[in-house]
Design a binder for this molecule. Structure first.
Ligand code: GLU
Length: 513
């Protein structure tokens, strides 16, 4: 493997068989981080050779998800590039040529066994696999006379092309995370590389040919592909491409948050978190699966969260934006063992990124939530909404949580928390609050900083109970006894609204016995 002087070229190679899983997103992200770090190229290749499993909309979904997360693609179906087409179903001619090369050089052969014949063999031979020990008793170009093979093909019999795995070989797989693993070729079967039925290669052939032709230097993919690696090593060799074969990097599995085993969609449903980047509407069943975007996550938070599932920067830094991740990423600090999908940590990242978000931008994200709750956005200025979110954002994990914390800034309370009323609205409160309203209506300056000492002085002069008076005041403005600092609230509500709420409270709140 002499990848040293070559431009780093990586590819994310999803199959459009459904929504991109969050594990796939992490794979894309690591590819992207590595490419950017090395000033290399990131390819998006659509591996759609399995026509049976093709799902409409899946390719658009992949593009949209990557774009949302800021995972940029240099070469791909949409982006174009010098090594296209980037969709495998458009590369049939290329694959046919390479299948022929393997057949001509005796590295592969044609097999006619029908599914029924294969099934019969499986029943006859325990742990049957198509390999050196069995291929001699099967119907293929190694056992049949040449003329018969030609006749069968000419008569339109369906066939597959199988890779001829030589037994007794040690196959070395070098993985930049896992190190070197040697396996015996005897355990491999003669994998199908091509099917005449749909004139398409299988994943293995298309994947190897494309990685070669697209000058891929590093194959960074999920652990589930590790078992394919020995076969791929042998394929590179069979083609005579061993010298430029890409380095392998198999990323650790994403595990269930609460135990062993692979993360699944069911874990998400069970524990209440999305396993897809974007909401997915299944075209067949119509079922909707939740997505990070629609659940209120910021893309930056999702990126940061995913980056740390299987990698660490070598210290305990957690909050890193894309540029920092690009600078710090390394395979050396990727783990071999699976990474627990700590979705609560994902919420924490979202909380943290929301705190760091500019109030003006957060306000824009809040506008649609306000509209959903029936608020007429045109009545509130950008400055007002920004100031409101600035006051309450420390309490939220998601943009939508802003509503519960800030609704009273947009709608006057119609009801008053009965517990708070019982505790704070004693029989003397209507008179005291009327007094306060009269005072607030006429103070020369309504600025909170000026107002606060005036109100404090008034409470002291009258000998009122500070806690009771301030909480009753809050009750009229908020409807309950929570929220930010009272004089920050009055600053935003303004004099007229504050006084109106005080008077409405006096009218409407029934004093406790
Ligand atoms: N098409 C495979 C997938 O869906 C690609 C595996 C690889 O990256 O080699 O994940």
């Amino acid at each position: 493997m002499s990848t040293d002087n070559r431009e780093v070229r990586v590819r994310f190679a999803p199959s459009p068989t459904g929504p991109l899983h969050i594990g796939g997103v992490r794979t894309a992200l690591y590819n992207y981080l590595f490419a950017r770090q090395h000033g290399g190229k990131m390819i998006l290749r659509i591996e759609d050779t399995d026509s049976q499993r093709f799902v409409p909309g899946a390719e658009d979904y992949i593009n949209e998800a990557l774009a949302w997360l800021g995972i940029g693609i240099d070469e791909g179906v949409r982006e174009g590039g010098p090594y296209g087409p980037y969709k495998q179903s458009e590369r049939r001619d290329i694959y046919r040529r390479y299948v022929k090369q393997l057949l001509d050089s005796g590295k592969a052969y044609i097999a006619f066994d029908t599914p029924e014949e294969l099934e019969a063999k499986r029943n006859e031979i325990p742990n049957f696999q198509y390999d050196a020990s069995t291929r001699g008793s099967m119907r293929n170009s190694l056992t049949l006379p040449r003329e018969e093979v030609e006749r069968l093909i000419a008569d339109g019999h369906k066939y597959v092309v199988r890779f001829l795995v030589e037994p007794g070989r040690d196959v070395e797989v070098n993985d930049l995370i896992r190190g070197k693993v040697t396996i015996k070729s005897d355990i491999l079967d003669d994998k199908v590389l091509y099917k005449s039925a749909d004139d398409l290669p299988t994943y293995h052939l298309a994947n190897i040919v494309d990685d070669h032709l697209m000058l891929v230097t590093h194959v960074i993919r999920g652990e589930e592909w590790l078992p394919s690696a020995p076969l791929h090593v042998l394929l590179y060799e069979a083609f005579g491409w061993a010298d430029t074969a890409p380095a392998f990097v198999h990323l650790p599995l994403l595990l269930k948050p609460d135990g062993k085993g692979k993360l699944s969609k069911r874990d998400g449903d069970r524990l209440g978190f999305p396993v897809f980047p974007l909401e997915w509407h299944d075209p067949k069943s119509g079922a909707i699966s939740s997505g990070y975007r629609e659940s209120g996550y910021l893309p930056e938070a999702v990126v940061n969260f995913l980056a740390l599932l299987g990698w660490n920067p070598g210290d305990d830094t957690e909050v890193m934006d894309m540029d920092e991740l690009i600078a710090k990423f390394s395979f050396e600090h990727c783990s071999k063992s699976g990474a627990k999908f700590a979705f609560e940590k994902g919420k924490w990242f979202n909380h943290t990124y929301l705190q760091n978000l500019d109030n003006a931008r957060l306000a824009q994200l809040f506008r649609p939530v306000l509209a959903e709750h029936g608020v007429d956005n045109s009545k509130f200025s950008d400055d007002y909404v920004a100031a409101v979110v600035g006051l309450v954002k420390s309490r939220i994990n998601f943009v939508r949580d802003l509503w519960d914390n800030a609704r009273f800034f947009f709608v006057a309370p119609e009801e008053y928390d009965p517990k708070a009323v019982k505790k704070r609205w004693s029989a003397d409160m209507p008179a005291i609050m009327t007094e306060l309203a009269d005072m607030l209506a006429s103070t020369p300056d309504f600025d909170g900083k000026v107002l606060e000492p005036i109100v404090m002085q008034w409470i002291a002069d009258k000998g009122y109970h500070l806690g009771n008076v301030m909480n009753a005041f809050r009750l009229t403005a908020v409807g309950e006894c929570k929220g930010p600092h009272m004089f920050d609230i009055t600053d935003l509500l303004g004099r007229d609204e504050t006084v109106a709420r005080l008077r409405a409270g006096v009218q409407r709140i029934q004093p406790a016995e």
